[in-house]
Design a protein around this ligand. Structure first.
Ligand code: OMP
Length: 239
């Protein structure tokens, strides 16, 4: 049985690469993330394919626009059948509330499970210098916490944040709030462009609900072995 706290980011551009990875990883992975690279190149067939394989789909398109546009976007994505959808918390409370309402209404109309909405706080590729350079006033951790509380108050089901902020978010937003953390780097992997990183073990101990991991698996010489090591580390916590 796969551990559904692990979400593998399918950051590839073709269906061939998708089918190859999904086939290679087989039953060891049950949750996949489709992001901009894949969705813009291959579209909705990616979601359909993963569903046909019995996989859960996190559709990460990071919506960020005026409330009406985001609400309509969420309605369209609910029709696609994604389980998790991202939008930027910096779109503000009115945008987030409009998105939550749209998801509820679309799910009711379609008689399907309502997708969960995740608000992206401060991207894990930011460090304090980069954050200050775009005018960030608060330390990143405080800004993430502020956005997480706002997201919760605006009807979001959870947030995307770095594992370094998971503990503070868990304390502030409670046990039912989803905390999805990218920026996960097992000891065997390079940081790449990620700045606020932690290991799978540390992220889970600090309260992360799910871990998003891409390149440490998809670019590994042996993706199966990478998943095995990561899941072993994740499950050692429960033992
Ligand atoms: O929303 C996300 O998933 C996301 C938010 C964030 O702050 N940082 C971040 O890395 N991500 C995504 O998480 C994945 C991380 O991939 P790797 O760095 O290859 O493990 C990528 O698909 C990113 O788009």
């Amino acid at each position: 049985m796969a551990d559904d706290r692990l979400i593998v980011a399918l950051d590839v551009a073709t269906m061939d690469q998708v089918t190859q990875l999904v086939t290679t990883l087989g039953d060891s992975v049950s949750y996949y993330k489709v992001g901009m690279e894949l969705f813009y190149a291959a579209g909705a067939q990616t979601v359909t394919y993963l569903q046909e394989q019995g996989k859960s789909v996190f559709l990460d398109l990071k919506l960020h626009d005026i409330p009406n546009t985001v609400a309509q976007g969420v309605t369209s994505l609910t029709h696609l059948g994604a389980k998790l959808i991202t939008l930027h918390a910096q779109g503000g409370p009115i945008m987030m509330a409009a998105a939550a309402k749209a998801a509820t209404e679309a799910a009711e109309t379609l008689q399907v499970e309502r997708p969960k909405l995740l608000a992206v706080t401060v991207l894990t590729s930011f460090d304090e210098d980069a954050w200050t350079s775009i005018g960030g006033q608060l330390p990143i951790r405080d800004q993430v916490l502020r956005l997480a509380k706002l997201a919760k108050a605006s009807g979001m089901d959870g947030v995307v944040a770095s594992p370094l902020e998971a503990k503070a978010i868990r304390e502030a937003c409670g046990d039912d709030f989803l905390i999805v953390t990218p920026g996960i780097r097992p000891s065997f992997a390079a940081a790449n462009d990620q700045k606020r990183i932690a290991t799978p073990k540390s992220a889970l101990l600090d309260g992360a609900s799910k871990l998003v991991i891409g390149r440490p698996i998809t670019k590994a010489d042996n993706p199966q072995e990478a998943v095995r090591l990561i899941v072993e580390e994740m499950e050692a916590i429960n033992a």
